[in-house]
Design a protein. Structure first.
Length: 221
């Protein structure tokens, strides 16, 4: 990168994004990590090399690709640009109803390991915050049973949302009790301790140790 133009990349991206009026919007897409992985792979770059070109920490690239962080549109565009590609974003009318039951498919099976699509779960919570009046119907129907962990997480999510919006919990959540052993995402001991402090009550009851910020962008009501 030309060192005589220290912020040319950021300025160009900001100009393009401001034209669309979305410079600071949080990215509500299905899988920003996959977009970044594909762009990096096509460019033949390691995570460290891409981070260096975009002038961000390598951990930023890693967390986005692993689904542990939702990038802003500006950040994702910056990283994709550093890989020599353009990011196009389009807004379309939403036809699907707000439904927690649809999250039964929010997972992938990678080499026999369950990988939950946290981006989809966060997207559901975000939509609930925008349309709280739709919550009773959105959590009324149970998701199809899949993996015990996902079943428990969705039941806990439905109850936590119901409690925070002062509505009755759906009856179907009673079928999914606590896990036999405590579960938490892979983390260091210090991070796990932090997760335990901020775990929402409905998740705590089911032996799930999960930071509130993993699903909710706002503090508990």
């Amino acid at each position: 990168m030309d060192s005589t133009r220290p912020d040319s990349l950021g300025e160009n991206l900001q100009t393009r994004l401001r034209t669309e009026g979305v410079a600071s919007m949080l990215l509500p897409m299905k899988d920003s990590g996959a977009i970044l992985r594909d762009a990096r792979a096509n460019a033949g770059l390691s995570r460290r090399a891409l981070a260096a070109k975009a002038r961000v920490p390598t951990s930023t690239v890693s967390r986005i690709e692993q689904g542990q962080s939702d990038p802003t549109l500006t950040m994702l565009a910056r990283l994709v640009d550093a890989a020599g590609r353009d990011l196009f974003v389009e807004s379309r009318p939403r036809e699907d109803a707000l439904s927690l039951a649809q999250l039964a498919t929010a997972f992938s099976d990678e080499n026999g390991q369950l990988k939950i699509d946290w981006t989809r779960l966060r997207g559901f919570v975000d939509r609930v915050q925008l349309h709280p009046e739709a919550l009773p119907e959105a959590i009324a129907d149970p998701p199809a049973p899949t993996f015990p962990l996902l079943n428990v997480i969705l039941a806990a999510l439905a109850e936590q949302l119901a409690d925070e919006h002062d509505i009755e919990r759906p009856r179907w959540t009673r079928a999914f009790g606590p896990l036999d052993e405590p579960w938490s995402p892979p983390s260091t001991p210090r991070m796990r301790a932090s997760f335990e402090e901020s775990t929402p009550e409905a998740f705590r009851r089911r032996n799930v140790v999960l930071s509130r910020s993993a699903l909710f962008r706002t503090a508990a009501r």
